[in-house]
Structures are given as structure tokens and as C-alpha cells.
Design a protein. Structure first.
Lengths: 256, 261
């Protein structure tokens, strides 16, 4: 068990550090808050709490963006580096290798949140006035972990897909749209609204918004994030087990 | 004749190599689906903001859809050569640079046109935007002009690839500038004056404006100056791109930095 925790912790640290030095990955998480907070400013106008929430929403968009840009293709990256077979063949369970990569990819989204807040503070004079700091501080890692777990599920489900990252990209705009980040869910067509509930960003954003404005039930939303993360992890581990077994049985791990 | 062959055959082969997988499913995943979902996002964002009607966002984002293949496709004109280790061979070859890179720009323009038309058609069906029959041909012309201007900007981005390795980041940066300031999602009247003026020199601004007026029933003669302005903006960027390619190539050869940029 200590060895497993060591692999998880070490993997998280190494990949977070590597991603923090990648111009492309940093651009992905930095661009979102700058762009969408700016758009929110010009479209919705004003400042105050609503602009603060827009900045947080654009930060969550950055976390999701990172997950779709790199998370789905996490295994493809290992394949490209030529270490996928070695990692699969190692004595540690493969999920313990993949999970820290997925979490690290969403964790660099913390830059996105920080930049979003800093941006609206410096450029639009919006005070960082959080109503419930403990809930906000708890909601940030819960959101990142839940979105990271969703990235783990994507990576696991797409392990045999040569262009997994392309498939992941397809989810970027739809999830931004349905999860109530900048667009209230009530604006969407009725049939689309329930879809938002299966995606972690919806609940993460709801928790962050509730903690910021003092509305809703942020701790309950954090709980839903945890439940969803557990569900994604279980589904991802099952997918990984199935697809890896198939790839090894057919000796196609390096080819697919 | 040799330059013409380079322009046509070279451009065609380069375009096929760009989509090395030659798989329509991946083309759909990469270009066709995201262009529609991006448009839908902004239509609903527009509804939430109450700034403009659906038609405003449909016209703007359908034309902006041409920018993605243009910017990223053209950035690969340099990045792809570097990746396949053929950039140095290209630079030492006696081939006309204008023919080589314009040859790559032409398929990019056609690709942008196709993606934009697709997005426009799907979006009008999804959001119930009525397009007058008389507007179809002028709309196609506006989309073609916009695709060309986006490729012109893409050519400039490709040139920057000789100096900076991260062409994907640069293409993203240009795309986001268009998204925010080209009057696609934020009406120019809501931007500060200097940004609104700057937008006149950006691809898509005039094309999107023309498309909106055509949807609204304006005759071709009324929007022709806008379409011409869009094409002129594209020509300026294309010339700027070719000049930058030449300048950066000379600089890279002088400093022997072609492969390490």
C-alpha cells in the first residue's frame, strides 16, 4: 500500500511539474480565463460578484480545456514517448500510473483559476470577495479531482484509439455549454438540461459559485463531485482492464 | 510553368500530407463537429447575455469556422516540414517560395470554405435562421473572401513558425483574437473605440458583417464593399506573410537557427 501511494504521489508531482513547463499546456489553461472573462465583461457588462463568478467559471473552463486537450490523449503521449509497453508491463497496476497523469493534467487548471481571479481583479477592479472561504478552498481540489477522474475515464475508454486527443477535443465546447459555466443551464433546451448533471464541471462550478455568492449548497455539491469522481474512477478502471487485456491478447498495444 | 506545377501539384500533395490519416471520420471529429458545437455555445451565450439575436452569432461563428482550418493548416506548412525533418531541404531548394506557400494556401482556402459552408448550413437548420434565396450566392462569395483572408493570416502565422516553434499556440492566439474582437461574438459597438478600429483590420470582421446583412435581406450591391474589404484584408495578410517568410528565412539561414527555432 505505501508503494502504491508513492507511485501515485510521485506520478502526480512529476507530471504536474512537466506540464507546468510545457508552453502548449500552459497556454491552454492561461488562455481560457483571459478570453472568457473578457467576453463576459463585454457581453454581460458590469463588475461585482457576477463578474467574479464569470472569472471562476472561465477558470473551470480552463481545467476542462486542459483535460480535453491532453487528458484523453494521455496514453497516446506515453505511446509516442515509447514507454507505454514498459508501463503496462511494470508490476504496479496500470491505473496507478495513468491516474496521476490525468489528475495532474486537470490540476494545472489551478493556474487557470488563479489567473482568472487575478485578471478580473487587476483589469476590471473586481474585489475577490468570497462568501464562504472554507467551502471555496474545499471546492477547488474537489472540482479538479472530479474533472481529472473524468479525464481518466476518457483516457481509459480511448486507449485503443490512435487519435484519442482528437476525440477528447470534441467534448470541449459541448461541456462548456451544458455545464452552467458561463451559460445558465436554464437557457438551454429542456432535453439538454439533464445531461449537465453527469458531468463533474457542473457540480464543481455549482460548489464554487455557491461558496462565492453564499447561495445554494456548496458542501452538497462537493459531495456530488466526490461521488461522480468515484464513479468515473470505477468505470475508467474497468475500461482500462478490458481494453488493455484485449490489446495485450492481440499484441496491438503499440499499434492502435 | 515550374512555379505553376509547384503551386498546384505541390499544394495538393502538401494538403494530403497535412491530413496524413486521410480519414473522413477524423476530419469530422477535428473540424466539422467542433465548428458546430462552438457556434451553438455562442448562440446560447448570446441568448443569456441578450446582446444580439441568434442570426448575429450564427453568421459570425459560421464564418469564423473558416479560421480554424486556415490558421492551423497553414501553421503546419512550416511546423510539419520541421517535424518531418524536411524544412532545411525546402529552404535550400531553388523552388519559388511564393509558389510553394501559395500552393499550400489554396487548399487551405478551399478547406476553410467547406467547413464554413457546412457550419452555416447546419446552424441555420438548428436555430431556424431563414436565408433569402437571393442571398445564397453572395453569401458563398462572402465566405470565400473570409476563408481567403483567414488563410492570409495563417500564412503570416506560418512565417512566425520560422522563428517560434509553438505555432499551435500562435494559431490559437490568433483564433482567440478573432473570437473576441472581430465582431463575431461581441458587437463592435460594445468594444472600446480603439479595439473597434483595430477590428477593421482583422479577418472575418467585414465578411461576418456582410453575411449578417445578406441574411437580413440586403442586396449584393449593398454588401459588395464589405466583401471586397474582407478580400483586401486577406491580400494584405498574404503579402505580409510572404514577406515575413522571406525575412525570417534569411535570418534563420544567417543564424543557422532553422532547426532550433
Amino acid at each position: 500500500m505505501p508503494r502504491l501511494f508513492r507511485v501515485l504521489g510521485f506520478g502526480l508531482r512529476v507530471h504536474f511539474t512537466m506540464l507546468s513547463r510545457s508552453p502548449f499546456d500552459l497556454w491552454v489553461v492561461v488562455a481560457s480565463p483571459l478570453i472568457f472573462a473578457t467576453l463576459a465583461h463585454f457581453l454581460f457588462g458590469g463588475g461585482g460578484p457576477q463578474m467574479l463568478v464569470a472569472a471562476i467559471a472561465s477558470g473551470v473552463m480552463g481545467i476542462w480545456s486542459s483535460t480535453t486537450a491532453s487528458g484523453a490523449g494521455a496514453l497516446q503521449a506515453q505511446r509516442r514517448l515509447g514507454v507505454l509497453e514498459l508501463l503496462v508491463a511494470s508490476p504496479m497496476p496500470f491505473w496507478s500510473v495513468l491516474l496521476p497523469i490525468s489528475i495532474a493534467i486537470s490540476a494545472i487548471g489551478v493556474y487557470s483559476l488563479a489567473i482568472g481571479l487575478l485578471y478580473v481583479r487587476l483589469f476590471f477592479g473586481v474585489p475577490i470577495d468570497i462568501h464562504d472561504w472554507p467551502a471555496f478552498v474545499a471546492a477547488v481540489p474537489a472540482t479538479i479531482a472530479a474533472i481529472g477522474a473524468l479525464g481518466f475515464l476518457f483516457a481509459s475508454a480511448l486507449v485503443r484509439f490512435r487519435s484519442a486527443s482528437m476525440v477528447g477535443n470534441v467534448f470541449e465546447w459541448p461541456v462548456w455549454m451544458v455545464c452552467g459555466l458561463l451559460i445558465p443551464v436554464s437557457v438551454l433546451p429542456g432535453w439538454l438540461q439533464p445531461v449537465s448533471r453527469v458531468f463533474a464541471p457542473t457540480w464543481g462550478m455549482s460548489a464554487l459559485r455557491g461558496a462565492t455568492l453564499g447561495t445554494g449548497h456548496p458542501w452538497a455539491d462537493i459531495g456530488v463531485c466526490a461521488v461522480l469522481a468515484a464513479a468515473y474512477l470505477i468505470a475508467g478502471a474497468l475500461c482500462l482492464r478490458f481494453f488493455l487485456h484485449a490489446a495485450r491478447a492481440r499484441a496491438t498495444l503499440a499499434l492502435t | 510553368m515550374r512555379s505553376l506545377r509547384l503551386l498546384t501539384v505541390g499544394g495538393y500533395i502538401s494538403y494530403r500530407a497535412l491530413f496524413g490519416w486521410l480519414n473522413p471520420f477524423m476530419y469530422t471529429l477535428t473540424l466539422l463537429i467542433p465548428s458546430v458545437t462552438q457556434l451553438a455555445f455562442f448562440v446560447y451565450l448570446g441568448r443569456a447575455a441578450g446582446v444580439a439575436g441568434d442570426g448575429y452569432y450564427v453568421a459570425g461563428n459560421a464564418l469564423l469556422a473558416a479560421a480554424t482550418p486556415s490558421l492551423f493548416g497553414m501553421s503546419q506548412a512550416i511546423a510539419g516540414e520541421r517535424y518531418t525533418q524536411t524544412l532545411a531541404l525546402l529552404v535550400v531548394s531553388p523552388a519559388s517560395r511564393v509558389a510553394v506557400f501559395l500552393g499550400r494556401a489554396f487548399p487551405g482556402t478551399v478547406n476553410g470554405f467547406v467547413v464554413s459552408i457546412w457550419t452555416f448550413v447546419v446552424a441555420t437548420l438548428l436555430f431556424g435562421i431563414a436565408v433569402p434565396g437571393s442571398a445564397v450566392a453572395p453569401l458563398a462569395l462572402a465566405i470565400a473572401a473570409t476563408s481567403f483572408s483567414c488563410v492570409g493570416l495563417g500564412l503570416f502565422n506560418a512565417a512566425l513558425g520560422l522563428r517560434w516553434r509553438e505555432t499551435g499556440v500562435l494559431a490559437n492566439l490568433f483564433l482567440y483574437v478573432l473570437l473576441m474582437f472581430a465582431g463575431v461574438n461581441v458587437p463592435l459597438a460594445r468594444l472600446p473605440g480603439w479595439l473597434s478600429t483595430l477590428a477593421q483590420g482583422l479577418p472575418v470582421t467585414h465578411g461576418a458583417n456582410a453575411a449578417r446583412q445578406l441574411i437580413g435581406g440586403a442586396p449584393f450591391a449593398h454588401v459588395a464593399p464589405q466583401i471586397a474589404a474582407e478580400a483586401a484584408v486577406g491580400a494584405c495578410y498574404a503579402v505580409l506573410g510572404l514577406a515575413a517568410l522571406r525575412a525570417f528565412e534569411v535570418k534563420a539561414r544567417r543564424g543557422a537557427t532553422l532547426k532550433v527555432a
